[in-house]
Design a protein around this ligand. Structure first.
Ligand SMILES: C[S@@+](CC[C@H](N)C(=O)[O-])C[C@H]1O[C@@H](n2cnc3c(N)ncnc32)[C@H](O)[C@@H]1O
Length: 207
């Protein structure tokens, strides 16, 4: 018998839309809505998608960046490849240096955009989970230091709680304009928030 979560999920408007429009996840609509509002990904952009499986955000990024763009998708889990030649999947842990090096090798330069919908495995212990969420978000910021182009953009998922104000401050130090937002397709009862940063301005990094 179907449990309550599955039942609610299947009745969900965005779940149905994702099925109908051939998106791999309902999460696709979050990036669609964020990108429509903030114009983060443009044609020809190189995009690094951190925590990308099963690939719903990558699909949207591929559409937004077009055939002259590049999408590199990284996840602990295998991501079924897309037919587009400008898609590159990496199975790996982005907290590990070898994975970062593989991203850099594939990029052959730097990315205009980093998107991260990454979420750690939850233990159910609230404080520990918040710590893991914040650790992962800090790692995403560190990756932007070496992977993102000067004036590049970022979208990252976070959960409000311990460590969130400090993280937000750090994003504000690193980007010219920063917004926090919850797209309409993000479930109201979910504590997730998205930080949108534009204009990466790390000192001395002009490329
Ligand atoms: C909510 S899902 C992403 C959904 C995706 N944006 C989509 O639209 O299909 C979060 C993903 O983060 C991945 N993840 C969490 N920690 C990771 C890490 N350290 N390295 C790589 N992927 C990670 C998980 O494996 C999971 O697939």
């Amino acid at each position: 018998m179907m449990n309550q979560w599955n039942q609610e999920h299947r009745n969900d408007e965005y779940y149905k839309k994702a099925k109908k429009q051939d998106y791999r996840s309902r999460a696709s609509f979050k990036l669609l809505q964020l990108n429509r509002k903030y114009k983060i990904i443009k044609k020809g952009d190189s995009v690094v998608d951190l925590g990308a499986a099963p690939g719903g955000w990558s699909q949207v990024a591929l559409e937004a960046a077009g055939e002259d763009g590049l999408v590199i998708a990284v996840d602990l889990n295998w991501i079924k490849p897309f037919p587009e030649e400008n898609f590159w999947g990496i199975k790996g842990d982005f907290t590990q240096e070898e994975t970062i090096n593989e991203i850099k090798r594939t990029l052959q330069g730097k990315a205009q955009v980093i998107i991260s919908d990454a979420a750690p495995k939850l233990s159910g212990i609230k404080d520990l989970d918040q710590l893991r969420v914040m650790d992962l978000a800090q790692t995403v910021l560190q990756i932007s230091d070496s992977v993102l182009k000067y004036k590049g953009n970022i979208i990252m998922k976070v959960f409000q709680g311990e460590g969130y104000p400090e993280l937000l401050k750090e994003v504000k130090r690193n980007f010219q304009t920063v917004r926090t937002t919850k797209p309409p397709s993000s479930r109201k009862k979910s504590g997730e928030m998205y930080i949108v940063g534009r204009g990466f301005r790390r000192a001395g990094k002009q490329n």
